[in-house]
Design a protein around this ligand. Structure first.
Ligand code: C2E
Ligand code: CA
Ligand code: CA
Ligand code: CA
Length: 277
């Protein structure tokens, strides 16, 4: 019996119990993982297409459990969102990322570090104040930090979002829209909200350069970004042909296995120093 989404498992009870049990086990293991050093933040470089230089990096959480092995964020992040633990995880990632951004800020190759923020985290009372005090504590200029928000985050209570995003913009941190084009996009928010970057979802990049429809969608997003003064980042770039197509279309940045996957801190530092970025 296939799991058909939460709460609808069909009638085969042993399987239902097994699923429930494995979820509970995973949640339990996840709640212990930070304390025993089983989680780490890795960083994926973001490359400027025009110069080929690394200009920033995205923080991506990694969890390796002794029993479960490497657990994909696509599995445990939704679980953490459902049980509320994402608030704890997110706060930890945020501090790690700010510490790492401080390192880069003090180096010859300053970088913007981007952090994924879930809706629940973002809407915690005091979120903006906590980000502000972390920046102060680590002496990081706000422009060195960017928050990646999905369209679903932005489609929450409009008034509340406008206020929160306004406060973050006031603070000076960058804001980007993640997985752009996959949500129930309302282009109205691009006009109203203080967004600096759009990230084109991998699903549109996959079809480049051959698929005309993907080509048209990516070109439209890039052109719109240009017209609005919003930089565009393509995610999931795996081939030279994709990168060349994006460069030809005037896309600003790319991220993907072609350049590097998310790497542990020492390996990323090594890569950047070798690239002389
Ligand atoms: P995302 O924010 O859209 O991140 C991009 C995902 O694509 C990452 O998967 C990244 O490793 C992967 N990726 C990058 N380049 C390529 C490529 O060229 N080919 C392919 N096939 N994949 C590529 P990852 O690390 O497994 O993360 C999955 C999702 O989990 C993220 O999607 C994000 O939504 C969430 N996530 C990860 N870390 C965090 C975190 O610290 N906080 C929150 N709230 N969510 C996180
Ligand atoms: Ca992201
Ligand atoms: Ca994304
Ligand atoms: Ca994605």
């Amino acid at each position: 019996v296939k799991e058909r989404g939460r709460g609808s498992y069909g009638f085969y009870r042993p399987q239902m119990n097994a699923n429930l049990l494995s979820r509970m086990k995973m949640e339990h293991a996840m709640r212990l993982a930070l304390g025993v050093n089983h989680m780490a933040v890795h960083y994926q470089p973001q490359v400027e297409l025009a110069s080929g230089r690394v200009m920033g990096m995205e923080a991506l959480l990694r969890w390796t459990d002794p029993q479960l092995g490497a657990v994909s964020p696509a599995t445990f992040i939704p679980l953490a969102e459902e049980c509320g633990y994402i608030v704890t995880l997110g706060a930890w990632v945020m501090e790690q990322a700010i510490v790492e951004a401080s390192h880069w800020h003090a180096s010859k190759t300053p970088m913007v570090v981007s952090v994924n923020v879930s809706a629940l985290e973002f809407r915690q009372p005091g979120f903006v104040d906590r980000v502000a005090s972390l920046l102060t504590r680590h002496g990081l200029p706000p422009r060195c930090l960017e928050l990646e928000l999905t369209e679903s985050v932005l489609l929450q209570e409009a008034q509340e979002m406008a206020q929160l995003l306004g406060a973050l913009a006031q603070l000076g941190v960058g804001l980007s829209i993640d997985d752009f084009g996959t949500g129930y996009s309302s282009l109205a928010y691009l006009k109203k909200l203080p967004i600096q970057r759009l990230k084109i979802d991998k699903s549109f990049v996959d079809g480049l350069p051959a698929l005309e429809r993907d080509q048209a969608i990516v070109q439209a997003i890039v052109s719109m970004g240009r017209a609005l003064g919003i930089a565009v980042v393509a995610e999931g770039v795996e081939t030279d042909a994709q990168r060349d197509a994006l460069a030809a279309m005037g896309c600003d940045f790319y991220q993907g296995y072609l350049y590097a996957p998310a790497l542990p801190v020492p390996r990323l530092r090594e890569l950047v120093s070798q690239a002389g970025a």
